[in-house]
Design a protein around this ligand. Structure first.
Ligand SMILES: [Zn+2]
Length: 253
């Protein structure tokens, strides 16, 4: 019932880290995350950067030399902001302390540097759709030089997938969308992952009827879509360019 048609879609970008490797490597605790950076990043994002630092060599944003993983000299992570591009960058501790221009980032994120923006839509075939993204599209540079959205780590969004050619959207095992007063809550294994403030209030009667009757909602988490003013073309390019992960979540009425 939920086919995504007519596009050839590859798998999403590789996860930021290999979970098994991260688990077997001793945590370094030697990556400094300053208070301003911690105010911008969610805890799971900061820990993803720690994992990355633990297992991969990353270039120093200041001197350009490698920062060796694990037990090398202390390193720091900073948030840079250039022409609205937000990037998490590593540096040797001696090259730069951990810093972020919190005032400018807060303006860019409309005072919610850790917040999300979401949109609800009704698709003729799929039914109710819920899309969201981080207000701040924080990118991190991978070993291949490409920048990946930090929030879209595939190991965090377990079971979510990029668009599949000629295959229906997959059911997200262990994920549940539920009502909490006027909010919608997305849970994974009982843990609250994302809260959509006032989503019930903002739903159209048709949207609400669709999730209640089908018991499912197509959920799409993206990056850099511009959901403040959602446009179908922006959503389609995000999906095509692997800046979106999706799945079918069960809805608990
Ligand atoms: Zn350096």
């Amino acid at each position: 019932m939920c086919e995504t048609r007519g596009r050839s879609w590859a798998s999403p970008g590789r996860s930021l880290h290999n979970r098994r490797v991260a688990r077997s490597a001793p945590p370094s605790q030697r990556l400094e995350v300053g208070p301003d950076v911690a105010a911008v990043l969610r805890p799971e994002e900061a820990s993803r950067l720690r994992d990355l630092h633990d297992v991969e060599r990353v270039p120093c944003a200041v001197c350009g030399a490698w920062i060796e993983p694990g037990s090398g000299p202390p390193a720091s992570v900073s948030i840079s902001l250039e022409d609205d591009r937000v990037t998490a960058e590593f540096a040797h501790g001696r090259c730069s302390p951990s810093r972020a221009d919190l005032a400018r980032l807060a303006v860019l994120a409309q005072s919610e540097p850790q917040g999300i923006v979401y949109a609800q839509a009704l698709h003729p075939d799929v039914g109710a759709v819920l899309l969201w993204e981080r207000r701040l599209d924080v990118r991190v540079r991978g070993l291949d030089g490409s920048e990946r959205p930090l929030y879209l780590d595939a190991s965090w969004w377990e079971g979510f997938h990029g668009a599949l050619a000629g295959e229906p959207v997959r059911l997200l095992v262990g994920w549940l969308l539920e009502r909490d007063g006027e909010d919608l809550l997305l849970r994974h294994g009982g843990q609250e992952i994302e809260r959509f403030h006032d989503a019930i209030e903002r739903s159209t009667p048709d949207w609400l009827r669709s999730v209640e009757e089908s018991g499912f909602c197509l959920v799409i988490v993206g990056a850099g879509i511009g959901l403040e003013t959602p446009r179908a073309t922006a959503i389609q390019s995000a999906i095509r360019e692997h800046r979106a992960l999706m799945g079918l979540a069960e809805f608990d009425v």
